[in-house]
Design a protein around this ligand. Sequence first.
Ligand code: SF4
Length: 289
Amino acid sequence: MADGVTGVVTLSPEEGERVRGAAAGLGDDAQFDDITRPELMEARRTGDIALVHSWELVTAVDGPGTRMTMFMSGCPLRCQYCHNPDTWEMKTGTLERVEDVVKRIKRYKPIFNASGGGLTISGGEPLFQLSFTRRVLKEVHDAGIHTTIDTAGYLGARLRDEDLDNIDLVLLDVKSGDEETYRKVTQRELQPTLDFGDRLNKMGKAVWIRFVVVPDLTDSPENVENVANIVARWKSNVERVEVLPFHNMGKDKWDNLGMNYQLADTKPPKPEDVEKIRDVFRSKGLEVY
Ligand code: SF4
């Protein structure tokens, strides 16, 4: 797995060691050309600086109300249906300072207040550059803004309880319901996500679950039943389940990266099949969208 910090460093005898973002696997941002590599490493460790992939202002997705969504670079999973494979290796994005990011988010507070919205940190995986994410969540939450993370849960154990106090809502992806299918979909283990879901359940933390229906990959009746049973055991804190149909709009990104998109020939599921899967979740007493 990319640790997100190793990479090539350019050395110039006159100036000492200087980091070129792209060469160091940390995006390409000229404003940080005057920071030395050790300084940047330290800033990333403390969360002063992180690689932010992109931003979006959206309504009615990624949480309630109007959301400012900050997509972080870096992800340990390798989902076959990923829309943002360019976030995986910490190569694209902009190096941002934590205080600038917090300032930018706070400017939108009136919009968040008027719409019942807030900040969503997504990715990639928002817990990959945890020091930075942790600090943004604290400062934004302290400012009275609703906070959400959109996570696969694989790194959930990295969050301390006090970090979770700064998160109002967790959007948790459950990508499949047994180890074998989960590994096929993500190349990683399911158990950390289950452990994280159990922990959120014990704390009574508000959770929205997401499950993506991919024909011939995640849509078997057994897999759907397994996912629904997992989620049902968290019923007391799961506010809604979003069953999302796969679409292959991410294909171009895979092609541009020269990566093999295994789902190139997979069609989106039929609406009636998605509805049947929603019914499985409903039959367990869950609120489904
Ligand atoms: S967890 Fe999200 S960002 Fe990471 S590989 Fe899967 S879909 Fe892509």
